[in-house]
Design a binder for this molecule. Structure first.
Ligand code: SF4
Length: 112
């Protein structure tokens, strides 16, 4: 699966540098940053609370100047949690799977 494919550290570092240079809207404000990730493992987050939180985070992403860089970084690191570039980690995995399927080389011959 895509998220198990090794990504060179230098590539991840470059993508993170590009993301930080682009001016992430979610950076620098702890209250705002809390919108983007689930509470810690010892704190239960009801589904409806999570939906509201993620929707608020996605709204911030809509006008974030770093959105494209954020998507590239998130697709490279495949986060387990959070909202990235307007997508949840689950939505990111689905997008990565679609990209992988679209770029797969079709098998036209079956070896004898
Ligand atoms: S797109 Fe969203 S998650 Fe990514 S840097 Fe911007 S505000 Fe943060």
């Amino acid at each position: 699966m895509f998220h198990h494919m090794p990504v060179p550290d230098s590539t991840v570092g470059d993508l993170l540098d590009a993301l930080l240079r682009a001016g992430p809207a979610c950076r620098g404000d702890a209250a705002l940053a809390d919108l983007f990730v689930s509470p810690d493992a010892f704190e239960e987050e009801p589904d409806e609370v999570r939906r509201v939180r993620e929707k608020a985070a996605k709204t911030v992403c809509l006008s974030c100047p770093a959105r494209a860089a954020c998507l590239s970084y998130a697709l490279a690191v495949n986060p387990d949690d959070g909202v990235w570039a307007g997508l949840t980690s689950y939505q990111l995995r689905r997008r990565a799977a679609r990209v992988r399927r679209a770029s797969a080389v079709p098998v036209t011959e079956v070896p004898a």
